[in-house]
Ligand binder design. Structure first.
Ligand SMILES: NC(=O)c1ccc[n+]([C@@H]2O[C@H](COP(=O)([O-])OP(=O)(O)OC[C@H]3O[C@@H](n4cnc5c(N)ncnc54)[C@H](O)[C@@H]3O)[C@@H](O)[C@H]2O)c1
Length: 317
């Protein structure tokens, strides 16, 4: 099949592109390298077509050679990273919404199947667990904080996808739960696992937000990629949503302790735990409702946290 991956140079996107190439698909990547990197695709650079361009602009899609041949669009381009949600709320909304609308329009015009990478954050501050069924999204007053620039943009993206489905498009939604693994950036705009690992390695400290009792369902990138690919390739799934997340919940304090032990084991240095104030709107728990992914995609997270954390740490040494 011919496949378009927007955001294909990023953390999840580059692993998805590798998996698609390995499965024999012809892949075009559209990424403006805002956060993604061409080096992420180095191993397969001769097997793909790379278009450096803005996924929000219709003109970027016009650069795709023979667009009617595209069978599936995997839309991953977005601004991701909690610090950005607060600092650059309008940019987050602009990119996340407009890239979704433009890529949906491309899929409709060329009759391609569409897979939207949403997020559990589309549920806002819902405390119903497991998360990701037909419960309502809960967003606090916008005057409180801007974090949900991201979650609300994913919520509206889901609305747009369902609108397109009602108008005849074959489209599916996936919601990865806290992906981690090699290539995750460890800077202050990154995600918890790589940020903890980087500061432990560079500065000998592990920063825990709040009291550290908030939990996450950390899911290895290879498990996520398998689920995303299945959600794109199986027939008769239009209008369906799939939560992709590990059932193992871990508190951020336990995560910090585990990473501290691993850093000690691998480098001989024991990092110190430091507690700092977290971001407003940070959820206390985020664990996935898995019935649909399990029954329809036969998907389960398979890579253990111990194995995945060790692999991630070694990729940063
Ligand atoms: N990583 C996770 O745990 C997770 C969880 C839930 C949802 N998601 C979603 O999955 C997708 C991929 O996330 P990720 O973690 O790989 O993030 P990432 O930042 O590594 O990847 C996003 C990619 O989009 C590109 N991009 C940004 N703006 C663009 C634009 N205007 N035009 C073209 N490309 C643009 C970036 O350069 C980057 O390569 C995102 O949509 C994200 O919201 C990720």
């Amino acid at each position: 099949m011919h496949v378009l991956v927007t955001g294909g140079a990023g953390f999840l996107g580059s692993s998805l592109v590798e998996a698609l190439v390995e499965s024999g698909h012809e892949v075009t990547v559209l990424d403006n390298c805002w956060r993604g990197r061409r080096e992420n695709l180095k191993a397969i650079e001769h097997d793909i077509v790379f278009i450096e361009g803005d996924a929000c602009q219709a003109s970027s899609y016009e650069r795709i050679h023979d667009p009617d041949r595209i069978d599936i669009v995997y839309h991953l381009a977005a601004i991701n990273g909690t610090k950005w949600f607060h600092e650059e709320a309008r940019m987050v909304m602009d990119v996340n919404l407009n890239s979704t609308l433009a890529s949906l329009q491309f899929a409709e015009k060329h009759n391609a199947r569409y897979v939207f990478t949403s997020s559990p954050e589309a549920y806002g501050e819902s405390e119903i667990m497991p998360l990701g069924g037909d419960e309502s999204s809960i967003f606090p007053a916008a005057s409180q904080h801007q974090r949900h620039a991201y979650g609300a943009s994913k919520y509206l993206g889901e609305v747009a996808v369902h609108h397109a489905v009602r108008h005849g498009l074959d489209a599916r939604i996936v919601r990865p739960f806290n992906g981690y693994g090699p290539r995750l950036l460890g800077d202050e705009y990154g995600q918890v696992v790589s940020m903890m690992m980087k500061s432990a390695l560079d500065e000998g400290v592990l920063i825990v937000h709040g009291d550290g009792h908030q939990t996450r369902s950390l899911t290895h990138v290879d498990d996520l990629v398998r689920g995303i690919q299945q959600a794109g390739e199986l027939e008769d799934l239009s209008g369906m949503s799939f939560n992709l997340g590990s059932e193992r919940e871990i508190t951020m304090l336990e995560l910090a302790q585990q990473i501290s032990r691993l850093v000690h084991q691998e480098t001989g240095t024991l990092p110190e735990l430091v507690f700092e104030q977290g971001y407003p709107g940070d959820s206390k728990r985020r664990t996935p409702h898995l019935d649909t992914a399990r029954e329809t995609l036969e998907w389960n997270a398979e890579i253990s946290l111990e194995q995945g954390l060790l692999q991630s740490l070694r990729s940063m040494l």
